[in-house]
Design a protein around this ligand. Structure first.
Ligand code: CP3
Length: 355
């Protein structure tokens, strides 16, 4: 990996180097805003069929690289393949998002596969095959990112059975049976640490851990819910991964954790970089954290839909806030299906003009 680092701008930034203009990728860059994605998706069948078919998953992963030449490629999959591998029923309802059989108590928890059950990783074998195929199909200089969800975010879907704005079911379980929530988080820490180690062994260069629900957490007796439910479990994953892959590069995206939460991510998890959501003032964050901290983000996905002068101005503001500092250009959350492809082109032209 040492050799490839020098050739891959995203890995160089993750090692602390400032590059101008910064390398770029987009969360959800393989997705419904691309006509070629919609075509492959239609051919594959359901969303999960696409995730578990290495040839199709490789194709959609490579599509945004071919079209835009992003410096990083992210494995096409979903954070919910892990609950699926644990034996929970997972489906994606068209136009509605994910649906799981909600984990309401001990009985459903006990029905899950235990960490160490070989069936978990045989279920996920198509993901590792996709990683090998993607790496073989990528330009040498493109960084390949693997990923998974952070334990709290994945647990909140497992408990609620769907995305809910206030995560009421997961917070209720935390109040009624805190030991059960801890056991579920522990299971996810263990299984997903191995999952990311196996992604590295299959060929990813770096990984991102998505804590999309860092903004809504249960109450913690010690008053530090962010540490107890989010940064703590992530830190255990980071050290577990590094025990197996010592030079593993890790990005943590803790959406909704605010300026204070974002500033805590790198010191408290040991990650190499913090993914910044669109709600955080990037200039203020850069002033709060050491100059050596690697940031990633944070263009508002709605600005990308709007385009025009506002888009140019936001690209310029991100470049100004991160000039001379190690930064990876990205959105502050996933690109949405209604985004015009021409606006992505405009964003990259502005960025690559290096203003
Ligand atoms: O970023 C990428 O291009 C890689 C692929 C990727 C997907 N999901 C594909 C996907 C990644 C990294 C994810 C992560 C993910 N999945 C997260 C964390 C990031 C975030 O958005 O906060 C979460 C919370 C999920 C769970 C999930 N999957 C939801 C809530 C939904 C429905 C929302 C939607 O956009 O429809 C999905 C479905 C999903 N995952 C789609 C894609 C491309 C759309 C489904 C389709 O194509 O039919």
């Amino acid at each position: 990996m040492a050799d490839a680092t020098m050739d891959r701008p995203v890995l160089r930034v993750l090692s602390g180097e400032a590059i101008s203009p910064p390398p770029a990728w987009m969360m959800r860059q393989a997705g419904r805003y691309l006509p070629e994605y919609r075509a492959t998706r239609a051919e594959a069948g359901s969303f999960l069929d696409l995730c578990y078919n290495p040839a199709f998953a490789t194709e959609v992963t490579l599509q945004p690289i071919r079209r835009f030449g992003f410096e990083a490629s992210i494995l096409f999959s979903d954070i919910l393949v892990v609950p699926h591998a644990l034996g929970q029923d997972v489906r994606f309802v068209e136009g509605e998002g994910p649906r799981l059989d909600a984990l309401e108590g001990r009985a459903q928890f006990e029905a899950l596969r235990e960490a160490g059950d070989p069936a978990i990783f045989s279920h996920l074998a198509p993901v590792f095959e996709a990683v090998e195929r993607i790496r073989a199909g990528l330009p040498h200089e493109t960084t390949l990112l693997g990923f998974c969800g952070a334990p709290w975010t994945v647990a909140s879907y497992m408990i609620g059975g769907r995305g809910t704005p206030d995560l009421a079911p997961a917070r209720a379980l935390a109040a009624s049976d805190p030991a059960l929530l801890d056991a579920l988080l522990d299971r996810l820490v263990t299984v997903q640490t191995e999952y990311l180690v196996r992604q590295f062994r299959a060929g990813v260069d770096a990984v991102q851990i998505f804590e999309s629900h860092a903004g809504v957490l249960p109450d913690s007796a010690d008053g530090d819910a962010l540490k107890r439910f989010s940064l703590g479990p992530i830190a255990r994953m980071v050290s577990g991964i590094r025990a197996e892959v010592p030079d593993a590069k890790i990005i943590v995206f803790a959406r909704g954790s605010g300026l204070d939460g974002h500033a805590r991510v790198v010191p408290e998890t040991g990650a190499d970089a913090v993914g910044v959501d669109w709600g955080v003032d990037l200039a203020a964050l850069r002033q709060r954290v050491p100059a050596t901290t690697v940031t990633q983000g944070n263009l508002h996905p709605e600005t990308l839909i709007e385009g025009g002068a506002k888009l140019d101005a936001e690209v310029d503001a991100i470049l100004a806030a991160t000039a001379g500092l190690p930064h990876i250009f990205n959105l502050g959350h996933g690109i949405t299906p209604q985004t015009p492809v021409a606006h992505v082109e405009r964003m990259l032209a502005r960025l690559r003009a290096g203003r």
